[in-house]
Design a protein around this ligand. Structure first.
Ligand SMILES: O=P(O)(O)OC[C@H]1O[C@](O)(CO)[C@@H](O)[C@@H]1O
Length: 604
């Protein structure tokens, strides 16, 4: 596999030397919450944007290595494992050693628990050797994604002081970076010299705002899941007798599910954001799916593939309310066995209506953000169970005359999370590691490492840093008549933009996806050759039109038209094209009615 070298990293091409350019002072992405953020972060609010540029000649090439003091840095995997995370450590290590070979990088063993207990591993070339470009977080491991309580914050500070750290790099998603902001503020207030830097690593892709284009791991996870989904699409269409219900990771936001739908074209996608916006009840969601099953049965199709995000269950209003009641009882230390008897009467009725396996899963202890353990709730099985019951009912009432509905359920979660990272995630993480060092060297604290122009080739990427407080917003909770207490400022997951282009594209294609079985077969992640530099569709979609299969086929056909003549046999064409894209993809497109749009190469 190829990976980038320093010379390719635009502004970091001089190795250890960069020019730090300060931009405007920041407020927050949520102007109504600015005052609350400023109050909560008096020492780190309002800092300026920073860009890292190649040193300009007039300013000289910066200080020589021996004029740069060695730097001591710690790195911790705070969030959940996400493909590419190891390359943050690798990039940080390379940048640190280029800055001054006597610099030291400590990795905290066992995530935040290792940080609190000062359990370290010194990162060296030898230690890194077998983790470069590899998935997982097993180089250091992880634990709870929380540096929040005063005990945790003070343990983290003690470790920073004991190790005499100049910088602490916190790798994670929205929760970890919110905690990073709090830790940075506390360390400044306590005159601790350690600078705290956040790195956006999360497979969920929900740490997204005007400063952060995507997170490390999202690309890989979407690609791996899209391949798995396309496999079950082809299995479903081959067997013609069952529906796949597939749940994907993605807690508060459905980015993974949307991206996978755009990459693999399943028949249905139920997104949490849509359900929450329309306030669809559980039975309305079920009816929507059943209507789709019925419409397909009318075309003689008794198979299909449905995608849902794991967060869907919390987007259904009555389920959300039930989960909230359970959460409050958990927080009040009510024993699990007593929770069902202590919820309100309507919640108890809903709870009893649910199948036993869901009841058990809803009662599991909560995540660090107080939400239910969504990865453990088999929402796809709940939906399949209720859809089957509704189809039986419709059959009895004579409203459905198709074959008996049957389903196969999957959770495509952990398999993708441990995948070998895509080239994009490897490069992105490695560059973020470099930027982290330059942030610490520049004395920045309470900032996140960012890269802009990710849709472009690496040499056009723009390396920068943005204050964590600028990404914060404040949630308001209505409690009691007219009362709107303000929540704690935090970096919140950014939901799918229901006015955005990616969603618009999905809506345009929804009825074709539902009825036409226009499955797309992206195949496995490519590490070399065509496709290896493909980016998530949602990254590129803002600038260029989405390239549908027909356009894609036209492009490929253009490439092969010197070899293949119009009207040639299907086999000749297939052989020529299959050298560039998967055969199943060609066959899927060839069998589609839109194929007639290609008159020159129309197959007899
Ligand atoms: O089971 P674990 O490792 O605690 O984490 C599961 C959660 O982590 C994520 O993979 C990433 O945030 C979620 O999508 C999922 O709900």
């Amino acid at each position: 596999r190829s990976w980038i070298n320093d010379a390719e990293i635009c502004c970091l091409s001089q190795g250890a030397t960069v020019r730090v350019e300060y931009g405007d002072a920041t407020t927050t992405i949520d102007p109504t919450g600015a005052h609350a953020v400023a109050q909560a972060f008096p020492r780190t609010y309002g800092q300026r944007l920073v860009t890292f540029l190649a040193p300009d000649d007039t300013a000289g090439a910066g200080k020589a290595v021996d004029e740069r003091p060695p730097i001591r840095v710690g790195v911790v995997f705070s969030g959940r494992q996400s493909p590419g995370g190891h390359n943050v450590v690798w990039g940080l290590h390379d940048a640190l050693k280029a800055y001054n070979p006597h610099s030291i990088l400590y990795g905290f063993i066992g995530g935040t628990e290792g940080l609190f207990a000062n359990k370290t591993l010194e990162i060296t070339d030898d230690v890194l050797a077998s983790y470069k470009n590899q998935g997982g977080f097993d180089l250091l491991g992880r634990s709870i994604d929380q540096i929040r309580s005063s005990k945790q914050v003070s343990a983290a500070m003690t470790t920073c002081q004991n190790l005499n750290l100049d910088g602490l790099v916190i790798v994670g998603g929205v929760t970890s970076n919110s905690d990073a902001a709090q830790l940075a503020e506390t360390l400044v207030q306590k005159n601790c010299k350690t600078k705290v830097v956040g790195v956006p690593v999360s497979l969920n892709g929900d740490l997204k705002n005007q400063f952060v284009e995507t997170t490390v791991g999202f690309d890989t996870v979407c690609k791996v899941n899209s391949q798995l989904i396309s496999n079950v699409c082809l299995d479903a269409i081959s067997a013609g007798k069952y529906y796949y219900f597939v749940r994907l990771m993605g807690r508060k936001a459905s980015h993974v599910a949307l991206e996978c739908a755009l990459q693999s074209h399943p028949n249905m996608l139920i997104m949490g954001e849509e359900v929450a916006l329309s306030k669809l009840t559980l039975m309305e969601v079920i009816n929507k799916i059943c209507d789709g099953v019925q419409a397909r049965a009318e075309l003689g199709k008794h198979h299909g593939v449905l995608l849902i995000p794991e967060g869907l269950i919390e987007s259904i209003p009555e389920m959300y309310a039930l989960i909230q009641e359970i959460s409050i009882l958990h927080n009040n230390n009510v024993p699990v066995t007593e929770i069902p008897t202590q919820v309100s009467p309507w919640a108890a009725a809903l709870f009893q209506f649910l199948p036993p396996f869901i009841r058990r899963e809803l009662l599991l202890h909560q995540e660090s953000d107080n939400s239910a353990q969504l990865s453990q709730i088999d929402t796809e099985q709940l939906l399949a169970h209720l859809v089957e019951a509704e189809m039986i009912k419709r059959t009895k009432e004579g409203r459905y005359k198709g074959k008996k509905f049957s389903s196969v359920c999957h959770f495509f979660g952990y398999q993708a999370r441990g995948s070998l990272p895509s080239n994009f995630d490897c490069d992105y993480a490695y560059v973020l590691g470099h930027i982290s060092l330059h942030m610490i060297a520049a004395g920045l604290t309470g900032y996140m490492a960012t890269v802009a122009n990710l849709k472009d080739p690496v040499h056009k990427w723009r390396c920068a840093a943005a204050p964590l407080t600028a990404m914060m917003s404040v949630r308001r909770h209505l409690r009691g008549p007219g009362a709107i207490p303000i929540g704690k400022p935090a970096i919140h997951p950014s939901p799918i933009d229901l006015k955005g282009k990616a969603y618009e594209l999905l809506r345009e294609k929804a009825s074709s996806f539902l009825l036409d079985d226009f499955y797309r077969t992206p195949g496995g992640i490519q590490f070399e050759g065509p496709g290896s530099d493909a980016k998530p569709i949602t990254l590129t979609i803002e600038d260029q039109d989405y390239m549908g299969d027909i356009e894609m086929l036209k492009l490929y056909l253009d490439k092969v038209k010197t070899i293949v003549k119009p009207g040639c046999s299907r086999d000749t064409l297939k052989a020529a094209i299959s050298s560039m894209i998967s055969v199943t993809h060609v066959l899927t497109v060839m069998s589609h009615p839109l194929n007639a749009e290609l008159p020159l190469y129309h197959f007899n």
